[in-house]
Every structure is written in structure tokens, then in C-alpha cells.
Design a protein. Structure first.
Length: 114
């Protein structure tokens, strides 16, 4: 990612899970300062999979805004750039949207750009 106005990459998180079930959290940025963020989500799985990208509130007890569902073919990695306007202490996370028999992996990198 580019370096916007001197903001470094804020956080990176990743996970590799075998047979993850619906709602398994694969990656989570943790609480971030408020601002505009470029978020890159990298996803992959050993079998066709369905992932959910969620913006979570400051208490991390509810999803706010639309949930983005991303389908991933077997043995293919995909990268999706997204932009989010986050309130203070909100976060972005990736979960499984359905059960997966196989291995799922996700990484999320957030960089403040405004």
C-alpha cells in the first residue's frame, strides 16, 4: 500500500484455520483510531469458500454497515482493496460466511489515508 500523508500501515492480522465453521474469526485489525482507511483483504482456501468482511462497532459486539461477502475458488488467493470510514475504536474483521471443509486463510491490512 502507499504511504498516505505520512500514515504507516496501521495493523495487520492473519490466521490459517483448518475446517473453520460459520462465523470463525480469521483476521481482525483490532480497534483503530477514527478516520478513513484503505483496507486490503487477502483470502484463500483449499476448497471453494465464502468469507464475510465486517465493520464492527467500538465495543466489538455488533456489525455496523453492510457486510461484504466474498467468494473464493479452491486453491486461489484473492485480494480486495476496500475503503472504510471508521469511528474511533471501530475495527474491520474477516469471518467465514459458511462452514469450510479444508483450510481457510485471511489477512487484513489497514492503513489510514485521511
Amino acid at each position: 500500500m502507499q504511504n498516505y500523508n505520512g500514515y504507516p500501515v496501521a495493523l495487520a492480522a492473519s490466521a490459517d484455520e483448518t475446517d473453520p465453521t460459520t462465523s470463525t474469526i480469521l483476521a481482525d485489525t483490532g480497534a483503530l483510531p477514527g478516520g478513513i482507511y484503505e483496507v486490503r483483504v487477502t483470502l484463500g482456501a483449499s476448497a471453494a469458500a465464502k468469507f464475510a468482511v465486517q465493520r464492527r462497532n467500538a465495543a466489538n459486539d455488533a456489525t455496523v454497515g453492510d457486510v461484504i461477502i466474498i467468494y473464493c475458488a479452491a486453491n486461489v488467493a484473492v485480494v480486495h482493496p476496500l475503503k472504510y470510514a471508521l469511528e474511533p475504536n471501530e475495527r474491520v474483521r474477516v469471518t467465514m460466511a459458511t462452514n469450510l471443509t479444508g483450510t481457510g486463510v485471511a489477512a487484513v491490512i489497514a492503513q489510514r489515508c485521511g
